[in-house]
Design a protein around this ligand. Sequence first.
Ligand SMILES: C[S@@+](CC[C@H](N)C(=O)[O-])C[C@H]1O[C@@H](n2cnc3c(N)ncnc32)[C@H](O)[C@@H]1O
Length: 210
Amino acid sequence: MAKRSKSSQRWLQRQKRDYFVRQAQDKGQVSRAHYKLLQLDQRFKLIKPHSRVLELGAAPGGWTNYLEGRLSKGLLIAVDPLPITAGSETLVIEGMAGEAKVDASIADALQGAQLDLVLSDMAPNISGVRAVDQARSMDLADVALAACRKWLRRKGHLAIKAFQGEGLDDWVKTLRNEFSKVTMTKPKASRPESREVFVVAQDFSSKQDA
Ligand SMILES: C[S@@+](CC[C@H](N)C(=O)[O-])C[C@H]1O[C@@H](n2cnc3c(N)ncnc32)[C@H](O)[C@@H]1O
């Protein structure tokens, strides 16, 4: 068997120790990310059984799996260029959020209806150059905000993963102009050593209302 590098040995050790990895394995969930959304939902009451939800960055499907358990009459549109493990009720769109082709498929699925919730767990491919990765992650945040401006209903919500660093504070200020309540939070299931945070923006008021 090929010898593992030190960093991959460290990753394996961490996975074995991680409480949420073990929970996800024991309960047959797709990934530990499931618990991040569960904790956000418990605190902010984001998802109702009839919600229409757009999930950006859905692969491999941890959040999708959680959402499918919470939605009974709603609509779930899950977007990612990578394969998503999803049930037959979920509309999977294979592609990059922000691309015209993907936008057209979302608009098609909504048939003029609006969304109650936009979720984004999108993360860029990591280059290892911090400034580049941060800029890419802020671009993805803009893609999620653009989706809200296109399809989110008045009083709808956004929950998005972001990374602490250049641009985040200004981006959150922009959100405060368009949502009545914006909270930056780190659920317990998010690894403490990671720069990852979640921004939950509640009660969207589109610019037209201003
Ligand atoms: C951390 S993973 C998401 C994990 C997922 N929420 C789960 O619970 O299993 C980040 C995902 O973002 C996706 N991604 C990155 N850029 C994207 C884009 N522009 N549109 C859609 N997905 C994107 C990646 O392909 C990757 O699958």
